[in-house]
Design a protein. Sequence first.
Length: 759
Amino acid sequence: MRNLLLLSALIAPAVAFAAEGGKGPSAELLFAQIVVLIFCGRLLGEAMQRIGQPAVIGQLVAGLLLGPSLLGLLWPDAQHALFPRTIEQKAMLDAVAQVGILLLLLLTGMETDLKLVRKIGLPALSVSVAGIVVPFVCGFVLGEFLPDSLLPHPEARLITSLFLGTALSISSVKIVAMVVREMHFMRRNVGQIVISAAITDDTIGWIIIAITFSLAQSGSVEIYSLAKSVIGTVLFLVFSLTVGRRIVFSLIRWANDTFISEVPVISTIFVIMGTMSLITSAIGVHTVLGAFVAGILVGESPILTKQIDQQLRGMITGFFAPVFFGLAGLSADLTVLKSWDVVYLTAGLILIASVGKFGGAFIGGKIGGLTGKESFALASGMNARGSTEVIVATIGLSLGMLNESLFTMIVTMAVVTTMAMPPMLRWALSRLPLGKDEKERLEREEFEARGFVTNLERLLIAVDGSNNGKFASRLAGLIAGSRGMPTTIFHLGKGKRDTEEKSEKAKSAAKQVQAVAKKAKSSKKRSKDEDEPRDVDVTTRVQETPTQEAIEKEAKKGYDLLIVGVRNTLTSDGAIRNEVNRVASGFDGPLGLVMARGPHEEKPLNSRLNILVAVAGTDISNRAAEVAIILARGSDARVTALYVAGVSSGDGKRRVRRATASHRREETSLKEIVEIGERYRTNIRTAVRVDAMPDNAILQFAKNGRYDLIIMGVSRHTGEKLFFGNTAQAVLEKAPCSVFLLAADSTGEKKQGPKEEAE
């Protein structure tokens, strides 16, 4: 009741405005329309999600209720006042909806994972092709037999038939993904095939749709127009997915790293989307294809952080989606269903669409070598039209390919098939058992979700021209190469030195990182189902302002780990130098401090690695162990995990109890480390030292085993000076070999956000 009263309060000003004789386009009325559509779309979308349906159905139903289907029957004056049919006022709301179409296609493209499609291969392709061809033929035949009264232009029946074939052949990847994700099937084999088939379906479908729309705009099927559309589309796709991909990556990175104003990446994404949409329009293909391809490229950008993605997604789904789908519902008039002839035709349309899509996808699944149960689940998922169908139908209505009656029938079909799909797919997926290979892969992916290195997106390396800096760059390259992480080399050193000379040193360090990363990328220890990382993209920066200020400014661009390597890390009395303190104080995220000794100080780039990692059963020591394993994996090095149990005190019984508890902890800790090594297909040896001071045990073990790199997970202690605890300090001072300290975030588990969040 409260919601109805609020809705009435929103509609009342529009009614009053109409009663006063307001004429011409009104910004106030446009604002009222948008507020009402968002309010109703949010309420009904929430209601739909609570019963297991997608929110987009609620937004569509909100438009139906506000349109001639209900509000127009119960309170026609209010409906006409709020949504007048004057050309100028309608054009204002249509303009918002058209922007919404492009942004929704941008979002769809960002959710498209072409790597997943390539990985799945034949099953996804066969399901998609068969799932498009069969319903396309059904839709085309239906269009040829429709009565003239349902055609906007009976003389151009071929265009409408092509459109119907296209409309019936598409699926909604968003709805499919929502149900698969909700049932935790996203990483199951059949779940990946469903998603990749829907992605392939969407990609092929939008290409067909764009070409069909270009034919509609030309008014007839002309060889020249068709050839221009097809050739233009092929050239656009080839250019976009090769050269265009690099351009988009560079633009997003340049905007993120150059601008100091708020949300520059989102603005850049909008410019990319608009430019590509205009290009497709210029070659005679609808703008939706440009927006969709732009979304694919943006989604693959290596520095598109989760926060930026969420901000963009929130704006689109929170503002534009309810307006667009609400307007689509407004354009449909369910009162046409009062005619039994139209009801029968609508039921026939739903039946043909469902049988054609289900049958085509099922046949494709069998051709791809899937079982009957898997093919049934695939066919169930591919039948949802959802938002994609509504977008296509709306564009078809605006281009004159549909009249309002046929548009209403298609929207009804989209609603029915979308609402029927979730329970059907849930039932089909629940009957599929978990195979052994699936279980192993799911366990690996669960491990990666909890890991440290597996969740790093971007590295910052602060080094000078010393051998210590070169060794830090080498270690950073091994880490970056394991995941293809974009990396920035920040060359430290203010003063009289020529800027050009400092820039050359930074570029030299960048080449070192790329060379090491390339070697790490080609590691033979990578599992067959593990994606090969992309090449590491390295950017260089030169210090031009005081150290802390410079690091703080660079950190705002979004980094997950800072690795520091500078000349003379420690002072003569063993304390950490002020220069290192200033670097660390400018970065709140995880910190890696590198100090080269022995062979690494003489030959930082070529000397071997024999790694000792100290573990203690804590999260930060497990992080250090993971880093040690990554370094060993990328350089074919040996790695040993050393657990040090402290000195026991007290009487005999108490010492026995403490020793027993300590033994359990060390067993659990070392078992976790060994499992991490197994996940990375890297052997790791273990050792335990009991009743020893940790620093003495680590130093003595490193000396006896001739280890040349000690890695420790440490915590930053509060204070003006950088301090990691007595054990770490003693190892830094006395270690006979190189040391790599991995420190947790300075504020606990805080993660350095992207520029948008930091500002």
